[in-house]
Design a protein around this ligand. Structure first.
Ligand SMILES: Nc1ncnc2c1ncn2[C@@H]1O[C@H](COP(=O)(O)OP(=O)(O)OP(=O)(O)O)[C@@H](O)[C@H]1O
Ligand SMILES: [Mg+2]
Length: 380
């Protein structure tokens, strides 16, 4: 088994701003459900609520099956304090709980042993070693070997002390994904796992998501990945009283049509509400005039006023959420000046020497597979 139930979850930010309003949906067993929405809509926050890191103001979350989590920011520098710094640390952090605890205790007892080599320290180390073996630590190292080989092209023994910050963004994500997909947890929360994966990496992830038996809740902004890997789509829609969830029970293929139909329905409901509102106001106005010279009309006038008040109190139906207009302005004139000049630039082991001239106003895309040295080039 493995599923997530989100029951009427509402959440406000520390400054009191309502972020999530009455969310309800189920992430079904063995399926990949996508969670999508604008930047800042609250997707990562909702994942933190689901994993029990934040408490909702109202509602509850039920998770059936062990939970494996991949944060939006995997590498160091962007993660919370206390997060893993090495390849081994990252793999340990997403390992099954018993192995994880045993590995952490093994490391701690090793460190004590280095400090002072007394009987107590030796005992603790021996116990930790035994527990590591019993917890399946050595079997897990075989899994880790697969992970580092796939993500970095290195066996675990050679990769384990690498600082995470020395891996490329895509390598970090690939490593965490390999570990989670091969891990024991039945339910995975993946926050933008495809972000910074190169094209082959994305294709690999799509295939894995389609093949896996696990229950997955996936945050992504990539339409292609959504189209290929998601069975259901939950959209966080922006609303003044907190963002709400709209569930599309099918894949991304029919998503836009379903969404258009939903908007048309909402527009239609709103049109009808406006018409009724106008008619009621008209009735009140007419009866008011009549009531001034006909006492018999006073009670009808009062009844109409009450009806209008109740109608307005009930409020208009849900509105079509605001559309996101994304517009780009790329401007800048050529000034005839060189901004960057590289001559026979070589990044040892990464790129062969090359020349490059970039002029003011130029827009240059740097493309390449994960780990090919794009960020190194920009840093240089
Ligand atoms: N502790 C906090 N204090 C104040 N604001 C917060 C806090 N945590 C989150 N927010 C705000 O809540 C909103 C939702 O953040 P969240 O990270 O959940 O968005 P998201 O949907 O994951 O966005 P993205 O697509 O950019 O990752 C943002 O406006 C964020 O600034
Ligand atoms: Mg996020």
């Amino acid at each position: 088994m493995g599923f997530i139930d989100v029951n009427g979850v509402s959440f406000s930010l520390p400054d009191g701003r309502p972020l999530l309003a009455d969310l309800a949906f189920r992430v079904t067993e063995g399926r990949t459900t996508a969670l999508i929405g604008a930047n800042g809509a609250g997707k990562s926050t909702l994942l933190r609520i689901i994993r029990g890191e934040l408490r909702p103001d109202e509602g509850s979350v039920q998770v059936d099956g062990g939970l494996g989590v991949m944060d939006q920011f995997v590498g160091t520098g962007q993660t919370a304090p206390g997060a893993a710094h090495t390849v081994a640390g990252l793999l340990v952090s997403v390992a099954p709980k018993r192995v994880r605890d045993a590995a952490l205790e093994l490391e701690a007892s090793e460190n004590v042993l280095i400090e002072r080599d007394d009987t107590a320290a030796q005992m603790r180390y021996a116990t930790a070693l035994a527990e590591y073996a019993e917890a399946g630590g050595y079997e897990q190292e075989v899994v880790w070997d697969h992970c580092t080989t796939a993500a970095l092209g290195l066996p675990f023994e050679r990769a384990k002390w690498r600082d995470l910050s020395t891996l490329s963004g895509g390598e970090q994500k690939r490593l965490a994904l390999e570990a989670l997909l091969r891990g024991p947890e039945r339910v995975l929360l993946l926050d933008e796992p495809d972000n910074s994966l190169d094209v082959p990496g994305k294709r690999w992830l799509e295939g894995e998501l389609r093949a896996t038996q696990k229950t997955v809740l996936l945050v992504s902004h990539d339409r292609e990945l959504l189209a290929r890997a998601a069975d259901r789509i939950v959209t966080l829609e922006l609303g003044a009283a907190g963002n709400t969830a709209w569930v599309h029970g099918g894949s991304f293929e029919g998503y836009h049509r379903a969404r258009e139909e939903r908007f048309e329905r909402l527009d239609e409901l709103r049109r009808r509400w406006d018409e009724q509102h106008a008619a009621l106001k008209q009735l009140v106005a007419t009866l008011k005039v009549k009531a001034t010279y006909n006492d018999g009309m006073a009670s009808r006038y009062q009844a109409a006023v009450t009806r209008l008040r109740k109608f307005e109190e009930a409020g208009p139906p849900e509105e079509r959420p605001p559309a996101h207009e994304v517009s780009m302005r790329l401007r800048g004139a050529r000034t005839g000046k060189r901004a960057v000049v590289c001559e026979a630039l070589e990044l040892t082991g990464l790129m062969r020497p090359f020349d490059l001239e970039v002029w003011y106003g130029d827009r240059v895309a740097v493309l390449g597979s994960n780990g090919s040295g794009k960020s190194h080039f920009l840093r240089g």
